[in-house]
Write a protein that binds this ligand. Structure first.
Ligand code: AMP
Length: 430
């Protein structure tokens, strides 16, 4: 029978990659804690309507990228393409929105989009996302940006990663519900006699989601847009003030940014702030993180009661690409405290010793296939063990195990009853 391979656009995170992920996730958890963001976990699939209503029918994600299926009861389900809609649903459904004035949440998990796979763009990918729900203070937008940068800068410093030193923060305002139509109209008028020069996708966007034309990477569209009206000139005074305060807060925090007046992002729910953190190391899929404010999203699920919010999501696979030449591989090397060499006559006694060591928080492995001593030493080497413990019939007879330091090669005899305590202190001497 033919071998079954993984689905196109998905990835296996094998041993080393999983260790890398674990390291990064620890940094997410620690740094989120410093900003008092707390983790919540929500389902991977939701009713399709959640995303249709939340993200917007006209967006690329909803119109062509969702993995949607009927369950056995003929209900339409969708694998989450992003985290915010689900978080908002959970916050409302579980009354968190009433219990806390401000909810500061982070999540880590897999997302699903049927995009054309390429480097940095997958059909299953992982995001670290943060959401601050319950305040319209522009300082919060700056805090969300600052936490993303804090994480990236920490990784850069801890992992000696020069690729993370050259990140670019781009910000923009996309206006609010009341002033967005003004800009849409100005853009429509500007493009009215230039429509034919737009790419086919943007000609469709002209009808359905005109703002997204600004984001098009196509060179002919970029040329058409060169003299397009600027969003900032068409947003209301409240949105202008919000944006100015965000810029001010970022300056106060010593965070460099550029204003990209064409940055609108792919989700409909954004209001006021939109931002992206880009790395030129990533090629065309250059955004490692992106986000913005979504002051009206919650009202769509909350009987019209609006609660202001701002959030972001960082792509973990893209982060791993940036970290490729960093110290992460070294840090993520497998490690084992002790590899025990056993023989047929010592396997029974040996396994009791192994269990005792494990109970003392020492990581231990052995080759229960009991291959030749040479093969067992090879396995010890491969497992990156710090020490090798030899338990043969001589050792059992003399009640002393032979301990070999795998780094220096030096061997010593240790009585079995002192093994745990001696090993523990050897392993923790630094
Ligand atoms: P978004 O949810 O579209 O705002 O994207 C936030 C971040 O998620 C991006 O900046 C990327 O780092 C990452 N991301 C989005 N889509 C993909 C994808 N298809 N594959 C890998 N990473 C992605």
């Amino acid at each position: 029978m033919a071998q079954i391979n993984r689905v196109r656009g998905t990835n296996d995170f094998l041993y080393e990659d999983s260790r890398k992920l674990r390291y990064i996730e620890q940094v997410f958890a620690q740094k989120s804690k410093n900003y008092n963001f707390e983790q919540i976990r929500i389902p991977i699939f939701e009713y399709t309507e959640l995303f249709q209503r939340g993200i917007g029918e006209a967006t690329d994600i909803v119109s062509k990228e969702m993995f949607t299926f009927l369950d056995r009861g003929n209900r339409s389900m969708t694998l989450r393409p992003e985290g915010t809609a689900g978080i908002v649903r959970a916050v409302i459904e579980n009354s968190l929105i009433n219990e806390r004035a401000i909810n500061k949440i982070y999540y880590i998990g897999s997302m699903y989009r049927a995009e054309r796979p390429q480097k940095g763009r997958y059909r299953e990918f992982n995001q670290y996302g943060i959401e601050c729900i319950g305040t319209d203070n522009p300082y919060t937008d700056a805090e969300v940006i600052a936490l993303n940068l804090y994480i990236l800068n920490t990784l850069s410093a801890n992992l000696n990663c020069s690729a993370l030193e050259s990140l670019e923060l781009e910000i923009n305002t996309v206006g609010c519900q009341s002033c967005k139509p003004n800009y849409n109209e100005a853009l429509r008028q500007y493009l009215d006699d230039k429509k034919d020069s737009l790419c086919a996708v943007c000609q469709n966007r002209y009808e359905k989601n005109i703002l997204r034309i600004l984001d098009c990477k196509n060179a002919s569209c970029a040329a058409v847009l060169e003299n397009a009206p600027q969003i900032y000139d068409h947003v209301c005074s409240e949105c202008k003030e919000h944006f100015d305060s965000l810029c001010f807060s970022l300056k106060e925090m010593n965070i460099d940014y550029t204003i990209n007046s064409k940055l609108v992002r792919g989700l409909d729910y954004y209001t006021k702030t939109a931002f992206e953190i880009k790395s030129n190391y990533l090629g065309t899929q250059s955004a490692v993180a992106g986000g913005g404010r979504y002051d009206n999203l919650i009202a769509t699920f909350n009987n019209g009661k609006a609660v202001p919010a701002v959030g972001s999501a960082m792509g973990i696979e893209r982060l791993l690409i940036i970290l490729e030449d960093s110290k992460l591989s070294e840090i993520a090397k497998s490690s084992l405290d002790v590899f025990v060499i056993l023989f047929k006559e010592s396997v029974c006694f040996g396994t009791t010793i192994i269990n005792e060591l494990r109970k003392n928080n020492i990581s231990v492995d052995s080759d229960l296939n009991l291959r030749s001593i040479k093969s067992q030493f090879k396995s010890a080497d491969k497992s990156n063990a710090k020490y090798c413990l030899i338990i043969g019939s001589d050792e059992i007879e003399n009640s002393m195990a032979t301990l070999r330091d795998m780094h220096t090669g030096i061997e010593q005899k240790i009585s079995f009853d002192k093994l745990s305590s001696i090993l523990y202190s050897l392993l923790h001497k630094n």
